[in-house]
Design a protein around this ligand. Sequence first.
Ligand code: PEP
Ligand code: MG
Length: 307
Amino acid sequence: PAPRAAPAGDHLGRTSDGHRVALLANIGRAAELGGAAVEGIGLFRTELLFQHHVDPPTMAEQVGAYAEVFAAMPDRQVIVRTLDAGSDKPLPFLREHDEPNPALGIRGLRVARRRGDILRTQIAAIAEAARRHTARVAVMAPMVTTVAEAAEFTALCRDAGLSTVGVMIEVPAAAVRAAEILQAVDFLSVGTNDLSQYTFAADRRSGELADLLDPWQPALLSLIALCAAAGAAVGRPVGVCGEAAADPAFAVVLTGLGVTSLSMSPGAIPAVRAALAAHTVDECRAAAQRALAAGDPAAARAAVTRV
Ligand code: PEP
Ligand code: MG
Protein backbone atom coordinates (compact mmCIF):
# COMPACT_ATOMS: atom_id res chain seq x y z
CA PRO A 1 0.00 0.00 0.00
CA ALA A 2 1.00 3.63 -0.55
CA PRO A 3 2.65 5.32 2.42
CA ARG A 4 0.27 7.09 4.75
CA ALA A 5 -0.04 10.77 3.82
CA ALA A 6 0.66 13.35 6.47
CA PRO A 7 -2.33 13.23 8.80
CA ALA A 8 -4.71 16.10 8.28
CA GLY A 9 -3.82 17.07 11.90
CA ASP A 10 -4.53 20.76 12.33
CA HIS A 11 -6.72 20.60 9.27
CA LEU A 12 -9.41 18.48 10.93
CA GLY A 13 -12.78 20.14 11.40
CA ARG A 14 -13.94 20.35 15.00
CA THR A 15 -15.80 22.66 17.31
CA SER A 16 -13.91 24.46 20.09
CA ASP A 17 -14.82 21.62 22.46
CA GLY A 18 -13.67 18.89 20.09
CA HIS A 19 -16.89 17.71 18.38
CA ARG A 20 -15.70 16.38 15.02
CA VAL A 21 -17.20 17.44 11.72
CA ALA A 22 -15.27 16.21 8.70
CA LEU A 23 -14.49 19.04 6.27
CA LEU A 24 -14.29 17.50 2.82
CA ALA A 25 -13.72 18.76 -0.71
CA ASN A 26 -16.03 18.86 -3.73
CA ILE A 27 -13.98 18.15 -6.86
CA GLY A 28 -14.33 17.05 -10.46
CA ARG A 29 -10.68 16.01 -10.85
CA ALA A 30 -7.54 15.64 -8.72
CA ALA A 31 -5.97 18.87 -10.03
CA GLU A 32 -8.70 20.89 -8.30
CA LEU A 33 -7.18 19.97 -4.95
CA GLY A 34 -4.24 22.20 -5.86
CA GLY A 35 -2.12 20.62 -3.13
CA ALA A 36 -4.54 21.68 -0.39
CA ALA A 37 -4.43 19.50 2.72
CA VAL A 38 -7.95 18.13 2.98
CA GLU A 39 -9.45 15.42 5.17
CA GLY A 40 -10.97 13.75 2.16
CA ILE A 41 -13.30 14.15 -0.79
CA GLY A 42 -16.98 14.45 0.04
CA LEU A 43 -18.19 14.80 -3.54
CA PHE A 44 -16.27 13.57 -6.57
CA ARG A 45 -18.44 14.73 -9.48
CA THR A 46 -17.50 12.06 -12.00
CA GLU A 47 -19.71 13.43 -14.79
CA LEU A 48 -17.36 16.41 -15.11
CA LEU A 49 -14.62 14.06 -16.36
CA PHE A 50 -16.66 12.98 -19.32
CA GLN A 51 -18.70 16.04 -20.23
CA HIS A 52 -17.28 16.25 -23.76
CA HIS A 53 -17.37 12.53 -24.56
CA VAL A 54 -19.57 11.49 -27.45
CA ASP A 55 -19.08 7.81 -26.58
CA PRO A 56 -19.43 6.32 -23.12
CA PRO A 57 -16.05 6.20 -21.33
CA THR A 58 -14.53 2.72 -21.35
CA MET A 59 -13.89 0.71 -18.23
CA ALA A 60 -10.09 1.29 -18.57
CA GLU A 61 -10.55 5.03 -19.08
CA GLN A 62 -12.68 5.25 -15.98
CA VAL A 63 -10.38 3.13 -13.81
CA GLY A 64 -7.51 5.49 -14.74
CA ALA A 65 -9.48 8.64 -13.97
CA TYR A 66 -10.75 7.42 -10.59
CA ALA A 67 -7.37 5.96 -9.62
CA GLU A 68 -5.79 9.38 -10.09
CA VAL A 69 -8.02 10.84 -7.40
CA PHE A 70 -7.67 7.83 -5.07
CA ALA A 71 -3.87 8.03 -5.37
CA ALA A 72 -4.00 11.63 -4.14
CA MET A 73 -5.91 10.59 -1.01
CA PRO A 74 -4.07 7.68 0.61
CA ASP A 75 -6.01 6.32 3.61
CA ARG A 76 -8.52 9.16 3.32
CA GLN A 77 -12.17 9.14 2.51
CA VAL A 78 -13.24 9.63 -1.11
CA ILE A 79 -16.96 9.66 -1.87
CA VAL A 80 -17.45 9.01 -5.56
CA ARG A 81 -20.73 10.10 -7.03
CA THR A 82 -21.93 8.06 -9.95
CA LEU A 83 -22.66 10.02 -13.12
CA ASP A 84 -25.12 12.83 -12.54
CA ALA A 85 -26.11 13.26 -16.16
CA GLY A 86 -28.96 15.33 -17.48
CA SER A 87 -30.58 18.69 -16.83
CA ASP A 88 -27.85 21.19 -15.91
CA LYS A 89 -25.10 18.58 -16.56
CA PRO A 90 -25.86 17.00 -19.95
CA LEU A 91 -23.48 14.33 -21.22
CA PRO A 92 -23.22 13.97 -25.02
CA PHE A 93 -23.14 10.15 -24.84
CA LEU A 94 -26.36 10.06 -22.84
CA ARG A 95 -28.37 12.63 -24.75
CA GLU A 96 -30.89 10.23 -26.19
CA HIS A 97 -33.80 12.50 -26.91
CA ASP A 98 -35.07 15.85 -25.85
CA GLU A 99 -37.29 16.14 -22.84
CA PRO A 100 -39.65 19.05 -22.32
CA ASN A 101 -38.55 19.39 -18.70
CA PRO A 102 -35.07 17.89 -18.18
CA ALA A 103 -34.80 18.76 -14.49
CA LEU A 104 -37.84 16.55 -13.90
CA GLY A 105 -36.84 13.88 -16.36
CA ILE A 106 -34.26 11.16 -16.86
CA ARG A 107 -31.31 12.49 -14.87
CA GLY A 108 -28.95 11.25 -12.19
CA LEU A 109 -29.65 7.68 -11.10
CA ARG A 110 -32.74 7.63 -13.33
CA VAL A 111 -30.48 7.23 -16.37
CA ALA A 112 -29.96 3.64 -15.21
CA ARG A 113 -33.60 2.90 -16.07
CA ARG A 114 -32.54 3.10 -19.71
CA ARG A 115 -28.82 2.50 -19.53
CA GLY A 116 -28.15 0.07 -16.70
CA ASP A 117 -25.00 -0.94 -18.56
CA ILE A 118 -23.43 2.48 -18.04
CA LEU A 119 -24.06 2.43 -14.29
CA ARG A 120 -22.77 -1.15 -13.96
CA THR A 121 -19.59 -0.34 -15.88
CA GLN A 122 -18.99 2.72 -13.73
CA ILE A 123 -19.47 0.84 -10.48
CA ALA A 124 -17.11 -1.91 -11.68
CA ALA A 125 -14.52 0.73 -12.61
CA ILE A 126 -14.78 2.45 -9.21
CA ALA A 127 -14.39 -0.91 -7.47
CA GLU A 128 -11.37 -1.83 -9.58
CA ALA A 129 -9.65 1.55 -8.99
CA ALA A 130 -10.40 1.24 -5.26
CA ARG A 131 -8.66 -2.14 -5.12
CA ARG A 132 -5.45 -0.49 -6.35
CA HIS A 133 -5.29 2.24 -3.71
CA THR A 134 -5.63 2.77 0.01
CA ALA A 135 -8.19 5.58 -0.21
CA ARG A 136 -11.32 4.71 1.77
CA VAL A 137 -13.68 4.70 -1.17
CA ALA A 138 -17.41 5.16 -0.79
CA VAL A 139 -19.90 5.53 -3.59
CA MET A 140 -23.17 7.44 -3.78
CA ALA A 141 -25.95 7.99 -6.28
CA PRO A 142 -27.43 11.35 -7.29
CA MET A 143 -31.14 12.17 -7.62
CA VAL A 144 -32.47 9.29 -5.58
CA THR A 145 -36.19 9.58 -4.89
CA THR A 146 -37.41 6.35 -3.29
CA VAL A 147 -36.27 3.65 -0.86
CA ALA A 148 -36.51 1.12 -3.70
CA GLU A 149 -34.03 3.10 -5.80
CA ALA A 150 -31.65 3.34 -2.85
CA ALA A 151 -31.91 -0.39 -2.13
CA GLU A 152 -31.33 -1.30 -5.77
CA PHE A 153 -28.27 0.95 -5.99
CA THR A 154 -26.84 -0.50 -2.77
CA ALA A 155 -27.27 -4.05 -4.05
CA LEU A 156 -25.48 -3.23 -7.33
CA CYS A 157 -22.55 -1.62 -5.48
CA ARG A 158 -22.21 -4.39 -2.91
CA ASP A 159 -22.27 -7.02 -5.65
CA ALA A 160 -19.33 -5.20 -7.25
CA GLY A 161 -17.40 -5.29 -3.97
CA LEU A 162 -17.98 -1.73 -2.81
CA SER A 163 -18.81 -1.87 0.87
CA THR A 164 -19.71 1.74 1.75
CA VAL A 165 -22.73 2.94 -0.16
CA GLY A 166 -24.82 6.08 0.21
CA VAL A 167 -27.27 8.25 -1.65
CA MET A 168 -27.69 11.95 -2.13
CA ILE A 169 -30.74 13.63 -0.72
CA GLU A 170 -31.73 16.13 -3.40
CA VAL A 171 -35.45 15.47 -3.78
CA PRO A 172 -37.97 16.34 -1.05
CA ALA A 173 -39.56 12.87 -1.31
CA ALA A 174 -36.24 11.35 -0.28
CA ALA A 175 -35.68 13.83 2.56
CA VAL A 176 -39.11 13.08 4.00
CA ARG A 177 -38.26 9.35 3.98
CA ALA A 178 -34.65 9.75 5.14
CA ALA A 179 -35.09 7.29 8.00
CA GLU A 180 -36.41 4.58 5.69
CA ILE A 181 -33.71 5.26 3.08
CA LEU A 182 -31.08 4.96 5.80
CA GLN A 183 -32.18 1.37 6.33
CA ALA A 184 -30.96 0.66 2.79
CA VAL A 185 -27.67 2.63 2.79
CA ASP A 186 -24.65 3.42 4.96
CA PHE A 187 -24.83 7.22 4.73
CA LEU A 188 -26.68 10.18 3.27
CA SER A 189 -25.29 13.30 1.63
CA VAL A 190 -27.65 16.24 1.29
CA GLY A 191 -27.20 18.15 -1.97
CA THR A 192 -28.62 21.53 -1.07
CA ASN A 193 -28.36 22.92 -4.61
CA ASP A 194 -30.87 20.46 -5.99
CA LEU A 195 -32.82 20.03 -2.76
CA SER A 196 -33.53 23.79 -2.88
CA GLN A 197 -34.46 23.61 -6.55
CA TYR A 198 -36.95 20.80 -6.01
CA THR A 199 -38.32 21.98 -2.67
CA PHE A 200 -39.03 25.50 -3.88
CA ALA A 201 -39.88 24.56 -7.48
CA ALA A 202 -37.28 27.11 -8.55
CA ASP A 203 -34.66 26.53 -11.23
CA ARG A 204 -31.30 26.44 -9.45
CA ARG A 205 -29.80 28.71 -12.13
CA SER A 206 -32.46 31.39 -11.84
CA GLY A 207 -31.09 34.64 -10.44
CA GLU A 208 -34.59 36.04 -10.33
CA LEU A 209 -35.64 33.36 -7.83
CA ALA A 210 -32.53 33.67 -5.65
CA ASP A 211 -34.67 34.55 -2.63
CA LEU A 212 -36.43 31.18 -2.85
CA LEU A 213 -33.15 29.35 -3.40
CA ASP A 214 -31.61 30.92 -0.28
CA PRO A 215 -30.31 28.01 1.87
CA TRP A 216 -31.49 29.82 5.00
CA GLN A 217 -35.11 29.24 3.94
CA PRO A 218 -36.88 27.59 6.89
CA ALA A 219 -38.32 24.79 4.73
CA LEU A 220 -34.85 23.77 3.56
CA LEU A 221 -33.53 23.88 7.12
CA SER A 222 -36.41 21.67 8.25
CA LEU A 223 -35.64 19.06 5.60
CA ILE A 224 -31.94 19.03 6.49
CA ALA A 225 -32.85 18.74 10.18
CA LEU A 226 -35.05 15.77 9.39
CA CYS A 227 -32.20 13.99 7.56
CA ALA A 228 -29.67 14.72 10.30
CA ALA A 229 -32.03 13.46 12.99
CA ALA A 230 -32.68 10.28 11.02
CA GLY A 231 -28.92 9.68 10.80
CA ALA A 232 -28.34 10.40 14.48
CA ALA A 233 -31.10 7.96 15.44
CA VAL A 234 -29.24 5.07 13.84
CA GLY A 235 -25.68 6.36 14.15
CA ARG A 236 -25.10 6.76 10.42
CA PRO A 237 -23.33 9.72 8.81
CA VAL A 238 -25.33 12.49 7.18
CA GLY A 239 -23.26 15.03 5.28
CA VAL A 240 -24.06 18.16 3.31
CA CYS A 241 -22.30 18.67 -0.01
CA GLY A 242 -24.20 21.55 -1.64
CA GLU A 243 -22.72 25.03 -1.95
CA ALA A 244 -24.44 26.13 1.24
CA ALA A 245 -21.93 24.14 3.31
CA ALA A 246 -19.29 26.71 2.33
CA ASP A 247 -21.03 29.54 4.24
CA PRO A 248 -19.29 29.62 7.65
CA ALA A 249 -22.40 30.72 9.58
CA PHE A 250 -24.52 28.12 7.81
CA ALA A 251 -21.88 25.47 8.58
CA VAL A 252 -22.31 26.29 12.28
CA VAL A 253 -26.06 25.73 11.90
CA LEU A 254 -25.56 22.46 10.03
CA THR A 255 -23.24 21.25 12.76
CA GLY A 256 -25.86 22.15 15.33
CA LEU A 257 -28.47 20.19 13.37
CA GLY A 258 -26.27 17.11 13.68
CA VAL A 259 -24.74 16.99 10.21
CA THR A 260 -21.55 14.92 10.43
CA SER A 261 -19.56 16.19 7.44
CA LEU A 262 -19.48 19.27 5.24
CA SER A 263 -18.17 19.13 1.70
CA MET A 264 -17.33 22.23 -0.32
CA SER A 265 -14.91 23.65 -2.85
CA PRO A 266 -11.41 23.28 -1.37
CA GLY A 267 -10.84 27.03 -1.10
CA ALA A 268 -13.83 27.44 1.23
CA ILE A 269 -12.59 24.99 3.85
CA PRO A 270 -10.30 27.26 5.96
CA ALA A 271 -13.06 29.79 6.74
CA VAL A 272 -15.51 27.04 7.68
CA ARG A 273 -12.87 25.36 9.85
CA ALA A 274 -12.28 28.66 11.65
CA ALA A 275 -16.01 29.20 12.23
CA LEU A 276 -16.47 25.75 13.77
CA ALA A 277 -13.37 26.17 15.92
CA ALA A 278 -14.89 29.36 17.35
CA HIS A 279 -18.01 27.65 18.78
CA THR A 280 -18.81 24.81 21.14
CA VAL A 281 -21.17 22.15 19.85
CA ASP A 282 -23.83 23.43 22.26
CA GLU A 283 -23.49 26.89 20.75
CA CYS A 284 -23.93 25.32 17.32
CA ARG A 285 -27.07 23.52 18.55
CA ALA A 286 -28.48 26.75 19.98
CA ALA A 287 -27.73 28.54 16.70
CA ALA A 288 -29.51 25.76 14.79
CA GLN A 289 -32.58 26.06 17.00
CA ARG A 290 -32.70 29.84 16.49
CA ALA A 291 -32.38 29.40 12.73
CA LEU A 292 -35.15 26.79 12.67
CA ALA A 293 -37.43 29.04 14.72
CA ALA A 294 -36.95 32.03 12.40
CA GLY A 295 -39.72 32.96 10.00
CA ASP A 296 -37.63 33.76 6.95
CA PRO A 297 -34.05 33.61 5.65
CA ALA A 298 -33.09 37.10 6.80
CA ALA A 299 -34.32 36.43 10.32
CA ALA A 300 -32.56 33.06 10.40
CA ARG A 301 -29.28 34.61 9.31
CA ALA A 302 -29.62 37.46 11.78
CA ALA A 303 -30.44 35.07 14.62
CA VAL A 304 -27.20 33.20 14.02
CA THR A 305 -24.73 35.88 13.05
CA ARG A 306 -25.79 38.38 15.73
CA VAL A 307 -24.15 36.23 18.40
C1 PEP B 1 -26.31 19.48 -5.09
O1 PEP B 1 -27.26 19.33 -5.86
O2 PEP B 1 -26.37 20.18 -4.06
C2 PEP B 1 -25.02 18.85 -5.37
C3 PEP B 1 -24.05 18.88 -4.50
O3 PEP B 1 -24.85 18.27 -6.59
P1 PEP B 1 -24.66 19.12 -7.94
O4 PEP B 1 -24.46 20.54 -7.54
O5 PEP B 1 -23.49 18.52 -8.62
O6 PEP B 1 -25.95 18.88 -8.63
MG1 MG C 1 -27.24 17.84 -7.38
